[in-house]
Design a protein around this ligand. Structure first.
Ligand code: FES
Length: 154
């Protein structure tokens, strides 16, 4: 259930847009920060706040890959495997991280600590190869540095 504090923060966000639905995406980030993901029941609550149909909220939740509709691993690690990063070893980096974590890309460690994935260009080509850990970019990576970044995650 969305807390009163988050509801107030969402109401505050709405004031910055000519139509309240303009605040939907940042509101979903706030709500996800509180609840970990945006479940269908939460989407119903959000729809009430925004005077939308729940399907309209779920469409947004399921379109954006940083908004989750189900419980997630504690950390999301995404290695960019597009051209610039691949030319500088990203695919090898991804394979090494799979081996290090004991998972295949697209899955999470059994303890739910880290979900490892890969994506197309994350817009940091000059820092290839790179990975995103939650909301932070790590660039110019080598395998050992990447492993140590993952090992340092709580
Ligand atoms: S190709 Fe990897 S960030 Fe652009």
């Amino acid at each position: 259930m969305i807390s009163d504090a988050t509801r107030s923060a969402v109401a505050e966000l709405m004031k910055h847009f000519p139509e309240k639905r303009g605040a939907l995406l940042p509101a979903l980030h706030l709500i996800q920060r509180e609840l970990g993901h945006v479940a269908t029941e939460t989407a119903v609550e959000v729809a009430e706040l925004f005077e939308l149909h729940p399907v309209q909220v779920l469409e947004v939740v399921r379109f954006y890959n940083l908004i989750y509709d189900a419980p997630q691993a504690q950390h999301h690690v995404t290695v960019c495997t597009n051209l610039s990063c691949s030319l500088r070893g990203a695919r090898r980096l991804l394979r090494q991280l799979e081996a290090h974590l004991g998972v295949v890309a697209g899955t999470a460690t059994p303890d739910g600590r880290i979900h490892l994935g890969h994506e197309e260009c994350l817009g940091a080509c000059a820092g290839a190869p790179m990975m995103r850990v939650d909301e932070r970019y790590h660039e110019d990576l080598d395998v050992e540095t990447a492993k140590s970044i993952l090992d340092a995650l709580e």
